[in-house]
Write a protein that binds this ligand. Structure first.
Ligand code: BEZ
Length: 258
């Protein structure tokens, strides 16, 4: 199966940093779960514009960031020139027993097939190394995506399952995949993390940035009408005290290569 990791999505790295900075702001506790140590070799998989790689660097680790998106890597390299960043797809990692830890935040829900990525992660780790990840879990942003699909269909347009760009597994499903490639799963958690989007246009901006696949082939005017309908229908549930709140659900996992 091919990768859908950000394949048709042209990432705007500036927009990502200014309007979607919550992606790395929420991430401090996953870095704590990683607990980077001085001198450890760590891979940040799906590093985006590099903010977490830099935090891990400040712990004294020897960090390399990889991301499939060239624009993200360009931005990361110009923000943090002291860190090595490389364009690399999570499903074709080419490292062998190199890292003490592989870390990934808010990226693996874009990566299919998950078992191919997990194999590459496992190969990248030294024996005794750890894999620490957080990403969208079962039910993630479902209130938003159900409404998007409903509104696309109400316009008389087709929505095919293949257009759904994300993989949101349960912890049972993902732990099983991890075990199949050889990991001992030492931690797995699935939790709600309501996420405030910035500004009155927060939901529209989120859809424009992350969910453009849903509108492939739909003219811009129609897309805009659909987004207005989505906003109107979700206002009661997801708009509170002047902010849009997205119904994020995360999974966190830790696996050991023994
Ligand atoms: C997430 O981090 O859960 C996420 C981000 C963008 C699109 C979909 C999910």
């Amino acid at each position: 199966m091919e990768s859908i990791h950000i394949e048709e999505c042209t990432w705007d790295a500036n927009l990502y940093d200014t309007k979607h900075s919550f992606v790395s702001k929420y991430a401090n506790s996953i870095v704590e779960l990683l607990a980077p140590k001085h001198g450890e070799k760590i891979l940040d998989l799906g590093c985006g514009t590099g903010d977490l790689a830099n935090i891990i660097y400040e712990y004294g680790a020897d960090i390399i960031g990889v991301d499939k998106s060239e624009t993200m890597i360009e931005q990361a390299s110009s923000k943090y020139p002291h860190i090595q960043f490389m364009v690399q797809d999570a499903v074709s990692l080419d490292f062998h027993s190199k890292f003490d830890a592989v870390f990934s935040n808010a990226a693996l829900h874009w990566v299919l097939p998950a078992n191919k990525a997990l194999n590459g992660i496992y190969q990248s780790l030294k024996s005794g190394g750890r894999f620490v990840a957080e990403f969208g879990g079962k039910g993630n942003v479902q209130t938003i995506t159900n409404e998007m699909i409903q509104q696309i269909k109400e316009k008389g347009l087709e929505f095919k399952n293949e257009q759904f760009p994300w993989f949101y597994p349960s912890i049972a499903e993902y732990s099983t995949l991890m075990e199949k490639v050889g990991f001992r799963v030492t931690f797995a958690q699935h939790f709600d993390r309501p996420t405030q989007l910035e500004g009155d246009d927060g939901l529209k901006n989120w859809i424009d940035m992350f969910a453009s696949h849903f509108f492939n082939g739909i003219p811009k005017n129609t897309k805009n009408e659909i987004i207005v309908n989505i906003e109107n229908n979700l206002k009661n549930t997801l708009y509170k005290d002047g902010h849009w709140i997205a119904d994020y659900k995360r999974i966190r996992v830790v696996g050991m290569k023994e």
